[in-house]
Design a protein around this ligand. Sequence first.
Ligand code: SF4
Length: 239
Amino acid sequence: MVTVSLTPIPFRIAALTQERNSLFEYPLERLAEIIREIGFSCTSCAKCCTREFNGHVFLLDRDVMAIKTIDPKALGPAPAPEFCDQNGIFYVSGYALRTKDDTKGSCWFLEDGRCRIYDRRFAICRVYPYMLHREPDEYGKVDWRQFSGLDKHGEYHATIPKDECLALARETKEYENAFLTQEIHFLEFIRDYFAANGLRHVQKVYDDRMRGFVRGAEITVMVYCDGGLEEYRFNRDSI
Ligand code: SF4
């Protein structure tokens, strides 16, 4: 049996911590200037609220607390769990918004092309399409990315007041910081939880369970939320 030990976790925590530090150092004014230059303007096409356009909408803990009061059925484990223990239990760093069973995979809250909770929409929905994280482009070059779906939706070259650009930049940095912090806390939690309970990640079990899931078997996913784990059981037909 091929096992993947937990030794990479400290390295992953160190890498995320370094990323968060460099995020702090990225000048707010530079991001605000890029936002001003691009001048993105939303045309309410609602593309960004579909799985077809965006893989999934990851939720911060504070968003999860809000959804639990609005409509808990909108919650599902974020895709691609990071770990699977020797007993076949998966672990993932948070929740994502569920999508509807339509051709585009519309967000649970999207109705007739409009967000039905717009005034209470979540952190990522508020900052989108602005972002500030390092990721590779199509050629593998890792660099800071500031926009998602550039030139694929909305309109550009709108005039955005300087104050508004600064506010958008600030909110975007705050979101990225919260996201990275949640990921770091998840890894720290799993490191300690696995050690305390004699668990280890086993890639073969992960792969076998995933193959079973694709064929229709039920899986159990432990979702990291608010400093603990929440159990979630489902099969292919119930998501
Ligand atoms: S919550 Fe609203 S804004 Fe966010 S993805 Fe869903 S429909 Fe879009």
